[in-house]
Design a protein around this ligand. Structure first.
Ligand code: OGA
Ligand code: MN
Length: 275
């Protein structure tokens, strides 16, 4: 059986069908998935029925699994976390609801994850969509003078899980994880350059004044969040979605707090540093 890959938009994203992720996958199927992932950045596998182990097993084809680092986890499943607004999951849970601004996962660590998967278990009938911005295309579309201006800049990335996911923090708590990364990074597998900043987590350009840092950052945020670089995923139950965290940022739209939303997340570790 060969998989079918169908683009979801001109920006990024493809649906992968004619595949059952609860089964053993042949190595040439994995190769085709990897090829599609590099081309489309976000892959969606609809109509899947998978448990924790099957999601973990799928992710292991792309690298080692990342331990959950932001919440307490169960010893027997240290790689699985529920991203949800409901509290009765019986599992390690990151309580998240409503809107969240664009971000790269774990960019506040020295080694951010390579990618992550979300499996949709419950979705609201309205809102709670996930937005993905193509940071390779956003970089390529920059005016040359901006490419030159940012080519060797670095930014401090920071996130405090206790603070609001819809505003930039006023102050940076020195005890909370933070790391300086290049503003433009090179994808280790495709060799393409991508903008590596985000409105939620990139706080400060290094070695320039605060005014210049703000000017650069807000220009880049506004640029990369334009609709021509953004795909909005409206979820159905039973989708496994995987994104490349080296060249795309993601965000979540508002949903009503009384509506249930539950995603199971498994994350893939990056074996190489950000360059
Ligand atoms: C995440 C995340 C967005 C969503 O799991 O890292 O940002 O739509 N999720 O739940
Ligand atoms: Mn995220």
């Amino acid at each position: 059986m060969t998989i079918t890959v169908t683009p979801l938009s001109d920006v990024l994203g493809a649906a992968v069908t004619d595949i059952d992720l609860s089964r053993e996958l042949a190595s040439d199927t994995i190769s085709k998935i990897k090829e599609a992932w590099h081309e489309y950045t976000v892959l969606v596998f609809p109509n899947q029925s998978i448990n924790d182990e099957q999601q973990e097993k799928f992710c292991r084809h792309f690298g080692e699994l990342e331990l959950v680092r932001t919440t307490n986890v169960a010893n027997d499943h240290p790689h699985v976390m529920m991203i949800t607004n409901v509290t009765d999951t019986g599992k390690p849970t990151a309580l998240e609801d409503g809107e969240m601004m664009f971000h790269y996962d774990q960019c506040y660590y020295e080694r951010p994850c390579l990618g992550a998967t979300l499996y949709s278990i419950e979705v609201p009938d309205e809102g709670g969509n996930t937005l993905f911005a193509n940071c390779t295309k956003a970089y390529e579309a920059l005016p040359q003078k901006w490419k030159n201006r940012i080519s060797s800049l670095k930014a401090l990335n920071y996130y405090n899980y206790g603070s609001s996911p819809t505003t930039r923090p006023e102050n940076i708590d020195t005890k909370t994880p933070q790391w300086v990364h290049p503003v433009v990074r090179i994808h280790p597998e495709t060799g393409q350059k991508a903008l590596y900043v985000s409105r939620l987590m990139s706080m400060r350009i290094q070695d320039v004044s605060t005014e210049e840092s703000d000017e650069i950052l807000y220009y880049l945020f506004d640029h990369m969040e334009q609709s021509q670089f953004v795909y909005e995923h409206i979820w159905s139950v039973g989708e496994l979605l995987m994104w490349d965290n080296r060249c795309s940022v993601h965000a979540r739209t508002y949903f009503a707090p009384e509506k249930r939303r539950m995603m199971r997340r498994v994350t893939v570790r990056d074996p190489v540093p950000v360059i």
